[in-house]
Design a protein around this ligand. Structure first.
Ligand SMILES: C[S@@+](CC[C@H](N)C(=O)[O-])C[C@H]1O[C@@H](n2cnc3c(N)ncnc32)[C@H](O)[C@@H]1O
Length: 226
């Protein structure tokens, strides 16, 4: 489940979501367990440097599943989730904003921005523009995204993206980053990579066999001062 429940969604789509969640549960497709763990590890290492409570922006937050885990940490002060999808969600620490033009209206700065499986939906050729804007409002950017490794791997990623996102009306990309394109994106965004996990195991069981860890990467970026 990557989106908040939307009562306007058709019965067919609700059934599709139910079936897809069921298959995930049985065949090791839970993506939140490992993703939230690595996000917690990286956020903690940033917190430990300053020992000041941190604020987080979850860009393309979906149903804020990862933020809900991060929100449990005592050193996390506030998490703002933004997404293009319409929903209302608010707890003491978590706030959801549906945005049409977030960068024009946002006045806040954050300690960390997380962008989990969002950049390829925005479009990898344009992703540097978003990264540049985000680097102006946060010193740290943590990204989880996909690497493709040739034609077959690209089609596999497209198939899995279609399977995971079809019922949510999310755009399915034509291509994904490879390592050299990723490096070029960073150069264009004026961001420096502090750490990269090039092969990140996101799933277990059958899901991990179908889309192995070479298709997932996690990167911690910082703005380069000129
Ligand atoms: C695969 S989901 C990931 C959701 C969440 N980050 C997670 O990991 O569970 C991709 C999300 O990116 C959002 N998205 C797509 N294009 C976007 C954009 N231009 N700005 C913000 N969010 C966007 C979608 O609405 C969707 O909720």
């Amino acid at each position: 489940m990557i989106r908040f429940n939307n009562s306007k969604r058709s019965k067919n789509k609700k059934l599709l979501i139910f079936i897809s969640d069921f298959i995930r549960e049985i065949f090791g497709g839970d993506r939140i367990k490992r993703l939230s763990k690595i996000m917690i590890t990286l956020c903690e290492s940033i917190y430990l440097k300053s020992k000041k409570k941190i604020t987080i922006l979850d860009f393309g937050c979906g149903s804020m599943e990862i933020s809900k885990k991060l929100g449990k940490l005592s050193y996390v002060k506030q998490i703002t989730g933004v997404d293009t999808f319409v929903s209302k969600f608010k707890t003491k620490k978590l706030k959801y904003i549906q945005y049409n033009d977030f960068f024009k209206s946002n006045k806040k700065k954050y300690d960390i921005v997380i962008i989990v499986d969002v950049l390829h939906h925005i479009g990898i050729d344009d992703s540097y523009k978003v990264l540049k804007k985000l680097s102006k409002i946060s010193k740290n950017i943590i990204i989880k995204d996909h690497f493709e490794h040739g034609f077959f791997s690209r089609q596999l990623l497209r198939f899995v993206d279609f399977y995971a996102n079809y019922a949510y009306d999310v755009n399915i990309p034509n291509k994904y980053y490879d390592y050299s394109l990723w490096k070029k994106t960073l150069k264009k965004s004026s961001l420096k990579e502090i750490k990269i996990i090039k092969s990140f195991q996101q799933h277990d069981g059958l899901f991990n066999l179908i889309l192995n860890k070479r298709h997932h990467f996690v990167s911690h970026l910082k703005h380069v001062k000129k």
